[in-house]
Structures are given as C-alpha cells and as structure tokens.
Design a protein around this ligand. Structure first.
Ligand code: ADP
Length: 739
C-alpha cells in the first residue's frame, strides 16, 4: 500500500476548532455505539479547541432549547459512557421538527448559543430532517430577523450551518445485523404462508427439533400488508400444531453493552465527523461520515437522503427487486448468501461437478472458524462439489483423518466457538509426502485452509511442494482466522472481533469492580504474540489510558510520562486508570515490571492491580461480526475455487501450477481481495510473525486523544468526499469483492 509522504500528509493540528461551537445530538431510535460516538465527538471537539454542546432528546431538545436541553459538555461528562447501551443523551422522536415552525424555533435556539456546527447521529429520518434544516437555514434566519428575535449581525455571523451526519457501516457487510427477514429483505411472494409451513414440517420430518423464524419489525407482504409475529405464530400453531414461542428482540438488540466493534466504529466515526466539520467550507456539501469495509468515507448527505427516498418509493410501488438493487450490491449479495446457506436444495436440483474439495483449520482456535467451515461446506455442495473435512489441521491430514462432510453435518455450527474440526499448529513441510498421498487417495481437487499465521506459512510450504508432488497442483486458498489479527494481506481476521469483545467485557468488569474504590490503575496483559492489535484496539474500545505494544517501542521516559498522566488524572473526577500491555511488547518491561513501577511511582496517589487475560481471549461464542465475516469470506473463497478448478481443468484433470492459484483472501480497506501468497512475502516480518505495515497503528493516536494526551493524528487517510454508488451488476473480475 502506498503511504503518503510526509509533505502530503495532513495532520489534524492544522485544523483548529478554536472559536467554533459544535452541538451533537442522537435522534430516532437508539442504536448500539451511539454513546461511543457522542464521547468521541465531545472529546475530539474539545481536543481541537472547540466548544461542544450536547443536545438532549434529539431534535426535541433543539426545538425546546434552554440550559438543560442544550448543555455544554466537558471532558469528564462523557467518561464511563463507552460501555453503556442505548443513548445517554436521549433520542426522542420529535413531531415539531417536521414543521417549519419547529425548525424556526430550533434555529433560534442554536443562534442564541452561537452554534453553527451540528453533528447528527441517527437514521434516515433524522438525516432527512437535518438536510431540510440546512437548506432552510438562511431563510429561517431572515424570518427570525423579521420577527425581531435576532439582528442582522447575527445573520452575518451565523450565515452558514454546517452539518455532518453519522451512520454505521454503509456497507452492510460489516454491521452484523443485516441478515434478517423483513423490510430490508423484501417481501415474500404470495403463498409464503404455505411454503413456510411446508418447509417447517419437512425440517421436523428430518429430525430437526428447533426452528427459528425471524420477523423484522416492519415486515410486509407483497401487498404491503404487515406480517406480524403473532400472525406467523398463529399460522404455525394452526397449520402444524408446533409449540411456538415469540420473542421480541427489540430491547435485547438495543439494550445491552455495545460490542467492541460498535465502539471502535463509533469512536472512529465520531472523530471523523469532527474533522469533516472542521474541513467544511461554504462550497462543500453537508456530508455523512461512514465506513466502507475498513475505510472511512464521506458521502454527500443529499445523495444519501435521495437514495433512501428512492428505496422507499420503490417499496411503496411494490418494486421490490429494484429496492434490493438500490440498497447496494453488498446487500443483494448478503441476501443471496443467506438464502443459499439456509435453504437446502434437493439432491436432484444440485449440479454435479465431480470435483472434491478439502477444508481444514490450522493454528490456534478462533471464534468464527466453524461459521466459515459451515459456509464453505454448504456453498461447495451447492456448487456441485463433494466436500471433505480434515480434522486437526495438517497433522490430521497426514494421518489420514479426512472424510466426506455433508450439508446436515454442519447444521448449527455458526454460533459455536472454537474449532469443531479440530485445529493444530503443525506445519506441513515435513509431511508433504503423506499429505500428497491423502490428496491422491481422495482425489482432492482444491484446498480451503482456514487459519492464522501457520495457515499462511503452511500454504507457502504446499506451494513449494508443487515442484515435487503434482497432487498440490490444485487451487488453494486460505481465509485468515486468528484472534491475533496478524496475518499479512488482511486488515482483519476471523476471531479477532470476538477476542476484542472478551477483552473489553473484562475491562468493563474490572473497571466496575473499582467503582466505589478510589484511585486505582489496572494493568492488563493481552495475547497476540508480537502483534499489538488486541492491546491497541481493545484499548480504544475500553477507553484505556495507554497500550504498550511491540510495534511502537517505548522506553522509560514513556513509562514515566504515563505515570505522570495518571497521577494528574487522579486529581480530577475520574479516578480510575486502565493500561493494556501486549504479552510480547518488551522483553524487559514485563507486566510485573510495569505493575511494580506504577505501584511505586503511584504510591499515595493510586494503587495498582494486574490481570493476565490468557486463553479466555480465544474462547467463547463468536460475535455476530465474526459469524458474518466467516460466512461471507469463506463463501467467496469457495466460489473462487470453483472458478479456478474450471479454468485449470484440462485433459481430464485439474492442474494448477501458477502462483495465482495459491492465494490468501483478505480484506484490504474496502475490498476482499485474492492475493498470491508468494507476493505477500515482502510484506511479512517472519521473525515476529506480523505484517510489516499494520493499518490499525493509525488508530493509536485516537486512543491517546480520547484519553487526553497531546499527540499528533495523521488525517491524510480520513474520508474523502465520494458519491453514493448505484448498484451496477458486478463483473466477475470486480475486485471490490462485496459479498
Ligand atoms: P430515524 O432517524 O432513525 O430514521 P425517524 O424517522 O423517527 O428515525 O426520525 C427521527 C426524527 O427526525 C423525527 O422524529 C423528526 O424529528 C426528524 N425527521 C424525520 N423525518 C423528517 C422530515 N422529513 N423532515 C423533518 N424532520 C424529520
């Protein structure tokens, strides 16, 4: 990846918020991560020298005005906010804001406080309202002058209203909640009731005891008639007599603590939003900040609103296919994958490819590996292949632990942690002859390896072995799965999100254990080998004061300044500190050493506790993100294998001996890309088992900013204004890889 040179780098120090006032509000329904976003906007805003205000209860507070509703925020007022669900500042719906009168009152209240920068965290409705407000702004000010409420000076001074909207991920790939049946996934065809019952009874006949039906809030049928849970329940009870329970997820979805993913996303977006506000000029349109894949982007607010209106219009006109298309390619693909994996095809409907594919897990277990295997098996079978499961990685492979795996064998795997196939760290080089024998015996035509750094090394060894054994001249692909997130060629790996959640959960609990106890600093050791991802990003999600990692060397002066920072912090309202340390961050400054140093230096001011998190970071049920990510990435890998097998099928056999038939499928910024493993060699630090360049290092200053350190934050990578993309059919070779 080309790095911008220092001259073209933009540092946010050049963006000053001095003299500016920014107000932040949450509106519409409350979503996970809203608090993290508010916290980030407040702290980043204060950091750059702006005055920041909370607006309570969404637009209602803006319309009502008053000290309580529009309140200046302080650094401390957002502490302990990260781990809370819902929205702390309230997000009532507001009828008045829909009227001109309401917006006139709101404008008056903002002008009185000198606020001309607004950050709106909310959904489509809230953004539509924001857009309208901005369009009307100068007219509203004129009216206020006419009514004698403000003077001409104020009109001059506050002539422009800057608005930035904030939405979660525009790319449904990564928000983790898009796989539901309902409004978004389009209405079922006429006769869906009978079909559903047929499917349920077929499932029962096949010994499946439990069926889960998800009905989205707002689900409708082809005639725009609502489908309610009660209707579905009645149907099942009446037609099938099954014992049926209804659970409304609404509050479960919105209540609990936000996941690490939500917090990081929201923190990044909050900081992005402030940068976008500071960069706004009279000529730039109001924008929405969002994340596409792993890349921050800005989209014109107008275009987003328009798109939503078009989707709504298509829905109203019952043009459901068009609506799916408008929602974007990724959404359409998700829907396809979901349908493919959930609905078993009849044996007679399946194509027959005569290809056999083996799938194995390599390295340490990571949550989401099973979801990836399930998806691979089912996609493979749907493509007409015979799927083979290998137990215990390359070790099991050479010992002959391989057998065919069927559709039903992987039922229920998505939600299970660890590796059901079994996984080992063993590398294949020593056993290539025996592995080749197994490949031959089962006529394996392609290989899918799901694992971490060992999987990557292993694949390179098999590539080497092609020279000696034709058996390895078949398409091979790996998808990264490791809690450490240290695989070259991919920004993220399956399992890292679950591990981050475990870390942030634990940190939340540890922090909580100290409430009531005064002045305490916790030192927490995380896993990751030499990779500081978990410590850094976990630190960001948990609101840590420092995170020590190998990639960013630290010395005694850094330790000293961290201790001083904490001593200073203890004088204020927040009397707890949290410090994360990667297990291999420094040979001599061990966790014990740091604990003792902090204890000694903090004597009389704070006391210390230490905690080594250990293997809990590898276990647990996969997070929704890891389930989805595992499912999608491995489905994509399988489609690629099919394609490569067909391409290399000559004279009755698959023969693939070029480098580009041995790939790693990874997420790079916003795309899923296939990269020949040999080409990743240059990007790899083999000694420390990490990529030479790691994107998340750029997030470290955010943690420091949000913990009130003076630091320098490179914003050259922050979102540039782009446009809403209409859904155009993807070309086969399309690298954007939305899946
Ligand atoms: P969401 O933002 O989650 O889509 P709503 O549609 O309920 O939620 O919108 C939240 C608030 O945004 C509304 O209560 C209203 O104050 C404001 N709003 C929504 N649509 C409009 C509109 N067309 N014009 C003005 N304000 C609107």
């Amino acid at each position: 990846m080309a790095q911008p040179d220092n001259q073209s780098k933009r540092f946010f120090e050049s963006l000053s918020g001095a003299g500016k006032s920014i107000a932040v509000l949450t509106s519409g329904g409350d979503a996970q991560g809203m608090n993290a976003a508010v916290r980030a906007v407040v702290r980043m805003g204060i950091y750059v020298g702006a005055k920041v205000y909370f607006i309570r209860e969404g637009y209602q507070g803006m319309v009502d005005g008053g000290e309580e509703n529009i309140k200046e925020a302080s650094w401390e007022s957002v502490s302990s906010m990260l781990q809370m669900g819902g929205t702390v500042i309230g997000s009532a719906r507001c009828k008045e804001f829909r009227s001109h009168e309401g917006r006139l009152k709101a404008a008056h209240n903002l002008v009185q406080r000198g606020i001309t920068n607004l950050c709106v965290i909310g959904g489509d409705g809230s953004l539509t309202g924001a857009n309208l407000f901005r369009e009307e702004w100068s007219g509203l000010l004129e009216e206020l002058v006419q009514q004698g409420l403000i003077d001409e000076d104020a009109v001059q001074k506050y002539s422009a209203l800057h608005i930035v909207g904030m939405v979660g991920s525009i790319d449904n790939d990564f928000c983790g909640t898009d796989m539901t049946i309902g409004t978004d996934s389009m209405p079922p065809e006429d006769g869906w009731e009978e079909k559903m019952c047929q499917k349920l009874s077929a499932n029962r006949a096949g010994m499946k005891r439990l069926n889960i039906i998800i009905v989205a809030e707002g689900a409708i049928d082809c005639n725009n008639k609502p489908i309610t849970t009660d209707h579905v329940k009645d149907l099942v009870v009446r037609c099938l007599g099954f014992d049926t329970r209804v659970t409304i997820l609404g509050h479960v979805q919105r209540g609990g603590t936000p996941s690490a993913f939500d917090r990081i996303l929201a923190s990044r977006m909050g900081v992005e939003a402030v940068i976008a506000l500071l960069e706004t000029t009279a000529n730039t349109p109001a924008c929405v900040v969002s994340l596409c894949g792993n890349q921050a982007v800005r989209l014109p607010l107008m275009e987003c609103v328009q798109m939503t209106q078009e989707v709504q219009k298509a829905m109203d006109e019952k043009k459901f296919e068009e609506a799916v298309k408008l929602r974007g390619r990724s959404f359409e693909n998700n829907l396809k994958t979901y349908k493919l994996l959930a609905h078993r095809k009849l044996e007679s409907e399946l194509p027959h490819s005569n290809f056999n594919i083996a799938v194995l897990n390599v390295g340490a277990p990571a949550a989401g590996m099973n979801a990836a295997v399930r998806s691979a098996v089912r996609v493979g079978i749907s493509e007409g292949h015979k799927m083979f499961a290998v137990n215990d990685g390359f070790e099991g492979f050479y010992k002959g632990q391989i057998k065919e795996i069927k559709w039903a064998d992987v039922g229920g795997w998505t939600g299970q942690g660890g590796s059901l196939l079994g996984t080992k760290r063993t590398l294949p080089a020593k056993y290539v002859e025996k592995i080749a024998e197994q490949m031959r015996a089962h006529n394996i035509n392609a290989l899918l390896v799901i694992g971490g750094f060992e999987a990557y090394l292993g694949l390179m060894e098999l590539l080497e072995a092609r020279g000696k054994y034709d058996e390895f001249c078949v398409p091979m692909v790996m998808v990264p799965a490791t809690v450490s997130n240290n695989v070259p060629g991919s920004d993220l790996s399956i399992g890292a999100d679950t591990a981050l959640n475990a870390i942030t959960d634990t940190c939340d609990r540890i922090k909580q254990s100290a409430s009531g106890t005064k002045r305490r600093v916790f030192i927490i050791e995380t896993m990751g080998g030499y990779c500081g991802y978990l410590a850094s990003v976990g630190g960001l999600a948990a609101g840590a004061d420092a995170a020590y990692i190998y990639e960013e060397p630290f010395d005694i002066r850094d330790l000293q300044s961290n201790v001083e920072h904490l001593t200073e912090k203890m004088k204020g309202a927040i009397q707890r500190g949290l410090v994360l340390r990667n297990e291999n961050s420094n040979e001599n400054y061990t966790t014990d050493f740091i604990y003792q140093l902090y204890s000694e230096e903090g004597r009389g001011v704070f006391d210390c506790r230490k905690n080594v998190l250990g293997h809990m970071q590898q276990g647990g049920a996969p997070s929704p993100f890891d389930r989805n990510f595992g499912t999608k990435i491995s489905a994509k890998a399988m489609l690629w294998l099919t394609k490569k097998m067909n391409e290399t099928f000559r004279q009755g056999r698959v023969f693939a001996n070029t480098e580009d038939t041995c790939c790693l499928l990874g997420m790079r910024r916003r795309a899923l890309v296939f990269q020949p493993v040999v080409q990743l060699k240059d990007e790899t630090d083999f000694v420390h088992r990490i990529p030479k360049e790691q994107w998340w290092l750029k997030l470290r200053p955010l943690m420091k900013i949000l913990a009130k350190y003076k630091t320098s934050y490179d914003v050259s990578d922050s979102g540039q204004l782009e446009h809403v993309v209409r859904n155009i059919r993807p070309k086969e070779s399309d690298p954007s890889g939305a899946m």
